[in-house]
Design a protein around this ligand. Sequence first.
Ligand code: BG6
Length: 280
Amino acid sequence: MSVTTSEHKITIHSGSSSAEILLYGATVISWKQDGRQRLFVSNKSKLDGSKPVRGGIPIVFPHFGPNPEFGLPQHGFARNSTWSFAGTQTENATETTVAFSLEPEGVAPELKGKWPHTFKLVYTVTLTKDSLTTSLSAENTGASQFTFTSLLHTYFAVENIDQTKVKGLQGKLYDEKINNKFKVVEENELVGIASEVDRVYYNVGNAGAQIIENGNVTAFLTTRGFDDLVVWNPWIEKAAGMSDFQEGGYKFMLCAEVGQIGTPVVLQPGQKWVGEQVLH
Ligand code: BG6
């Protein structure tokens, strides 16, 4: 069987690949290809719905970062809410797709109503032997317009951050939160990480980025609907200050997060937006 459902988690298979999605946050917490885990999940992460997962692919909605305006937690409520399983959409020899949905009544009780808008989010996860596609649609089901930012906060598992580079960002403008540098042009063809990095690259485009390890491309990240890309690694000190970050884990992860940040999405009543990433 290529789709297995349990109370808290959906597991899907396609050929020699598998993925696991928690209903909590509709967070993809595992993507394996030929037995190799492609996503980093901290071994200290709570997977019980008490805290967003520190790893996998948390969904950021309706805002990136802190949001004092509505009193929501950092990165919004989608990753803190339990989504509904909306069923299997495709299940054949080459592809398995499952869907999840979240509407205002499903938002975590302590956060419900803080964002005063009516919406429907649908998230689909499609697994093939070679790829994982995650697609988020947001529909305005209310009577007034709303604005949001969103990301798919993918934690890639890497063998050694010292040997890892990101390609595809040369010439793009970025903001670096660590030292408050804004609108810097990326000069490097291959961006390495040797200290804490927290950058938003703008208008990266559909070609997205590639993760290079030891000189080889180990993941292609392409996108549709998400213009921007966050590159994040907390490095030693910041990671040590996070209660759910595994010791030394900064060495084995790299967040490359497609997002719509620089130009927030404005949805009129009845309108729908779709943002998608393909990892292969
Ligand atoms: C990144 C942000 O997307 O997420 C960082 O750019 C942030 O600033 C990181 O630290 C992790 O956020 P959180 O809320 O999961 O600790």
